[in-house]
Design a protein. Structure first.
Length: 544
């Protein structure tokens, strides 16, 4: 069997800077910000706002994000956690009578963090251009019209029932055809455009302590939600130093502590550092999958580190002795089917409607940011007064005795508590070389497989000397411990699949909708900045 050919999607190659986004024309908006004097943070904000209206199935200002910022001047990294939080009156029993209310409607909404998050980021590291100028292109899109992409069209069709029974039809119903929007149709978001104008004038306070706050609270409460004006006012963004993990060959990895999953990505790469590549692809696959299983065993214990002690896993990942012990427990000939062998407690939740942005500016600063509203179109609840589509992140918490949307059973570390952030698979990451120069800016979208896909691509770039395009388009293997099987994409060679079966794995070839998408920027040893989106989820690249 011969490997699959690469896609026709071009890889961007640039000398100065690059931006990778999900929606058209968002990457170009980011690049224009860089050309006009903005830095990587400014560009990431402008790109994220654009994606929030061009990819309303994946993200939006009614959701939240995780952002890793690398400052080349100081060789330091900050992590911005602007994930959604549970309201003050939230209880872990609040969905006992009707678990579906954690998924759709206003009661499913957690306090959104995106606007305050980008405001904090802008005031910390941005400012090369004005705040209003970052928002202006997105306002124009809302008012002048946005073309429905192939991916958005498919998700609109898949969410037909939700859209038709909610105010989402205000955006995605085509009155001319009498049907839902299809690829190539144009939708507008005029009320959201007005909201963005207010945010451009008032800053983040417009949402959290300004002219829109009471309106938002009223909209949510009148629809059965529990978020109050005080919940908005009390919402805070976590700004912390990123954790730093050293890999062989002088690489350093920067990402954030839970509620994100950067620590799981680091665990996988630390486990495989020096173990890959081997002499053959079959053995590579065996080791890769075992590393996935041990990492996801650890993941079952994680939760918001402001509520759950996650210091133990950081100690493990930074300990050479501990990581050597994990490597010693890995067998090239046998795999266990007992989750407890891998340290698992119970399972975990995932973010399905996610998107990742990567930015590298001409100064060597980098930003990776992953944002979400959880499932496609979030809760389906659209604020009548502001035009904002809200998240359903409350479903990302665990409810005792009830599996979440994705069938995952509850885990104690992820139970609902007031002001708590749910666990997330998102892992925006920056990797530098021994000189402190950015080598890789990377992240993923698409649920609990995000750390697996991101680790796989990172390994291929760092250790196999693959181009970024080759690494992203390589057919992937996944194992998230529960269910106890290897999922593999079309194109994984038969000898690899047979070897995995020989050591004891159940295997399943994946359907297209199961896949995670990776976006990234890789700076080659020759100094060329390469940028690539993933054919698995349409993307957009730009640079100069």
């Amino acid at each position: 069997m011969t490997p699959l050919p690469l896609s026709a999607i071009p890889m961007g190659q640039y000398n100065n800077a690059a931006v990778v986004s999900n929606g058209e024309p968002c990457a170009k908006i980011g690049t224009d910000i860089l050309k006009n004097g903005g830095n990587s943070v400014d560009a990431a904000i402008g790109t994220l706002l654009c994606d929030s209206v061009v990819c309303p199935d994946l993200t939006g200002i009614g959701g939240g994000f995780l952002m890793t910022i690398y400052n080349r001047t100081t060789n330091t990294s900050l992590f911005i956690n602007a994930r959604e939080t549970a309201p003050a009156t939230a209880k872990y029993t609040m969905y006992d009578k009707d678990p579906s209310k954690s998924l759709t409607g206003a009661l499913a909404v957690a306090v959104p963090g995106m606007i305050r998050g980008i405001w904090v980021s802008y005031n910390l590291y941005g400012g090369g251009v004005s705040w209003a100028s970052l928002i202006k292109p997105t306002i124009q899109l809302c008012e002048e019209g946005i073309v429905v992409s192939k991916r958005l069209g498919a998700n609109i069709n898949a969410a037909r029932d939700l859209i038709l029974k909610t105010r989402l039809k205000n955006y995605f119903f085509n009155n001319k055809t009498g049907d839902l929007m299809k690829p190539g149709d144009i939708y507008t978001m005029p009320i959201l455009g007005q909201t963005l104008r207010v945010i451009a004038n008032e800053g983040a306070n417009a949402i959290y302590a300004g002219s829109l706050t009471q309106k938002l609270a009223n909209d949510i409460q009148s629809a059965g939600g529990i978020i109050t004006k005080k919940d908005f006012t009390d919402y805070s963004v976590l700004v912390e130093e990123s954790f730093e993990i050293s890999l062989k060959n002088g690489y350093k990895l920067y990402s954030g502590l839970p509620s994100g999953s950067g620590i799981i990505l680091a665990y996988i790469l630390r486990t495989l550092d020096g173990q890959l590549p081997t002499s053959n692809a079959e053995l590579d696959a065996v080791r890769l999958v075992e590393a996935f299983k041990f990492a996801y065993g650890e993941r079952t214990h994680l939760g918001d580190h402001m509520f759950v002690d996650t210091s133990e896993i950081l100690k493990k990942v930074t300990s050479d002795m501990y990581m050597n012990s994990v490597q010693n427990n890995m067998s090239d000939e046998y795999t266990s089917t007992d989750p407890k062998f891998y340290g698992a407690d119970f399972s975990f939740t995932e973010d399905h409607g996610t998107e990742n942005i990567a930015v590298l500016d001409s100064f060597g600063n980098a930003v990776a940011v992953t944002s979400t509203i959880n499932t496609a179109f979030g809760s389906g609840f659209l604020s009548e007064s502001t035009g904002i589509i809200f998240n359903n992140e409350m479903n990302d918490f665990s409810t005792p005795g009830s599996n979440n949307f994705y069938g995952f059973p509850p885990t104690l570390s992820n139970l609902i508590q007031p002001f708590k952030r749910p666990m997330s698979s998102m892992c925006p990451t920056v990797i530098t070389n021994s000189k402190g120069d950015v080598v890789l800016v990377i992240g993923g979208a698409g649920g609990s497989k995000i750390p697996l896909a991101t680790a796989y691509v990172s390994a291929l770039v760092l250790w196999y000397n693959k181009t970024l395009k080759e690494a992203i388009e390589e057919p992937r293997l996944y194992h998230q411990l529960i269910p106890m099987r290897v999922d593999y994409e079309y194109g994984v060679l038969k000898p690899v699949v047979e070897k995995l079966k020989d050591v004891g794995h159940k295997v399943r070839r994946m359907m297209k909708k199961d896949k995670s998408a990776v976006t990234g920027i890789f700076k080659t040893p020759e100094g060329i900045i390469t940028a690539m989106s993933d054919f698995r989820q349409q993307g957009n690249i730009s640079g100069y």
